[in-house]
Unconditional design. Structure first.
Length: 434
């Protein structure tokens, strides 16, 4: 799987799935009788804290990829390593509230410091403050302050009014209005209109403004207009062949265009270039190797799929996506028991992996474990896998002794149930890819 909520000061501990654990009941006398146990390894609190650890690790993985700020990445890596040690300890996670809360605060503080160093809003604010401020500049400064206070409606109105008063200011403040448009209204069409105006004017942008082509690529990808995104990415790479973010993005887009060989080629070039230009951006080699493996899965070269998933797992043993990729490769080789082991591990790390439920369900089906197959395929269907519905119908037909050999049971995609808003990150488009 490839790969980013309200303006970056999000709560890391918002969990995207609910834990339906039943708390153990401890029999005590008096008013405490039948109170839920929150300290046992069988309690809901145990699984809740374990999920918090997993989600914080995933959040950190997304945020450090592509980030050019070495201080911020180092701080995130420190927290990630502590979380990883905690996750692998197999201790009673219900007892680790204080440690998890402390790490959450550490990550929040690191983000605030990073934001004040490198936020485009802060950079634009600094640019405006360095000269004589007029009425329009003041509208923008007030708008930035509204964003700081999470008053997106007011911020958007200020930015929009500034541009309407002087349309040439769009060249100066396009990032502000486009990013706020996307975050507040999720209106990619309006954002695209603004971006195209900036590109068509071909005027020089101020130093703190970010490349409109990069922003347009992000919008095109969100709209699933992958051919248009591909064209813009080629333009960016013509300007700078060492633009690693655009190279990564093109590899991602090639997969969406079913150019799996081309995607693999770009990912391998990316890894090679990164050896000689390691400090420009952070490249997650485990993620790249996993993506290469997933492309090989589409090409039905399952041995290579497994080989690259293994490379990813050597770098990150608890990478749920790589486990999912390797499990898919095992399914392609008809090694169903190995597939089930990997998918079970992947689901344990990320209970929202729709593909893992689907492939594991198909593996159970191949092993004639129909009840287990039905349970997994039902979950996969709830998570958005359309093929799972067909497979469930096949199971029903089996119970009726009806032939189902022509039933479509092999997956042709890795689905996702993500409903994220579009996010434009000036330092790396792949932060919000899904």
């Amino acid at each position: 799987m490839i790969i980013m909520k309200k303006r970056e000061l999000i709560l890391i501990l918002i969990i995207t799935f609910s834990i339906n654990s039943i708390a153990q009941v401890v029999r005590l006398s008096g008013s405490q009788m039948n109170q839920p146990d929150t300290t046992s390894m069988f309690s809901g609190k145990y699984f809740w804290n374990l999920s918090r650890i997993g989600n914080m690790m995933e959040w950190i993985d997304n945020k450090r990829n592509g980030c050019p700020d070495s201080v911020y990445v180092s701080e995130l890596n420190t927290v990630y390593n502590e979380l990883k040690t905690l996750q692998e300890s197999r201790l009673n996670f219900s007892m680790f509230d204080s440690q998890i809360n402390r790490l959450n605060i550490t990550v929040n503080d690191a983000w605030k410091n990073y934001y004040h160093r490198s936020s485009p809003f802060k950079l634009i604010q600094k640019e405006i403050s360095s000269k004589k401020i007029d009425e329009i500049d003041q509208l923008v400064l007030d708008g930035i302050q509204f964003r700081e206070e999470n008053k997106l409606d007011s911020a958007y109105q200020n930015f929009k009014k500034a541009v309407e008063k002087d349309s040439t200011r769009l060249n100066y403040y396009f990032y502000l209005i486009i990013d706020t448009e996307l975050e507040l209204n999720n209106n990619t069409e309006k954002a695209l209109e603004y971006v195209n105006k900036v590109i068509n004017r071909k005027n020089k942008l101020i130093s703190t403004a970010f490349d409109p082509y990069v922003m347009r690529v992000g919008i095109y990808i969100n709209q699933k207009q992958f051919k248009l995104a591909y064209e813009d990415l080629n333009l960016l790479l013509e300007k700078d062949s060492n633009d690693l973010n655009s190279l990564y993005s093109r590899a991602f887009v090639k997969t969406k265009l079913n150019d799996f060989i081309g995607s693999i080629s770009d990912y391998k070039i990316l890894l090679k270039k990164y050896q000689y230009n390691p400090f420009r951006i952070y490249i997650d080699k485990a993620m790249i190797n996993n993506n290469i493996g997933w492309n090989y899965y589409f090409l039905k070269q399952y041995e290579l799929c497994i080989q690259y998933a293994n490379k990813s797992l050597l770098l990150k043993p608890n990478n749920s996506n790589a486990l999912d990729t390797r499990g898919s490769g095992y399914f392609g080789l008809c090694e169903y028991e190995k597939c089930i082991v990997d998918m079970t591990k992947a689901i344990g790390l990320n209970p929202n992996l729709a593909n893992s439920y689907y492939i594991r369900g198909l593996s159970y089906f191949k092993l004639n474990k129909q009840n287990l197959a039905y349970a997994d395929l039902s979950t996969a269907s709830e998570l958005g896998v359309l093929e799972a519905d067909d497979a469930i119908k096949g199971l029903s037909l089996i119970k009726s002794n009806t032939e189902v050999e022509n039933q479509k049971q092999f997956p042709n995609r890795k689905p996702t149930n993500s409903n994220n808003r579009v996010r434009i990150d000036p330092y790396g488009l792949h932060l919000f890819f899904k």
